[in-house]
Design a protein around this ligand. Structure first.
Ligand SMILES: [Zn+2]
Length: 98
């Protein structure tokens, strides 16, 4: 059972908060230099710093690819005054705080 799986009988209908409750914790996480974070590739399991991955900018969105298997770790799409970040190529992102 992963850390994200609720134990049977422990998750009731009132056991959640509005997503706004993450504003504080996420502002701390994303205020750091993300390139120092360590990612785990969902394709091959490689564990490397974001700064060691390969960034491709000649596409509609910026693509960060795994240095081992070339799988897409992160897709960053900036348009219409918004930034959309897709992290689905990483199974885990480890950030060392302060
Ligand atoms: Zn990989």
């Amino acid at each position: 059972m992963s850390d994200w799986t609720p134990r049977p009988g422990t998750l009731g209908t009132d056991d959640y908060l509005d997503g706004n409750a993450l504003a504080g914790p996420l502002s701390e996480v994303f205020a750091i230099d993300i390139t120092a974070a360590v990612g785990t590739c969902s394709g091959c399991g490689t564990v490397r710093a974001i700064a060691e991955a390969r960034l491709y900018v000649n596409a509609p969105a910026k693509l960060l690819r795994c240095p081992e298997c070339d799988g897409v770790w992160l897709r960053l799409d900036e348009r219409d005054g918004r930034v959309i970040v897709d992290f689905r190529g990483l199974t885990q992102l480890t950030i060392t705080l302060g």
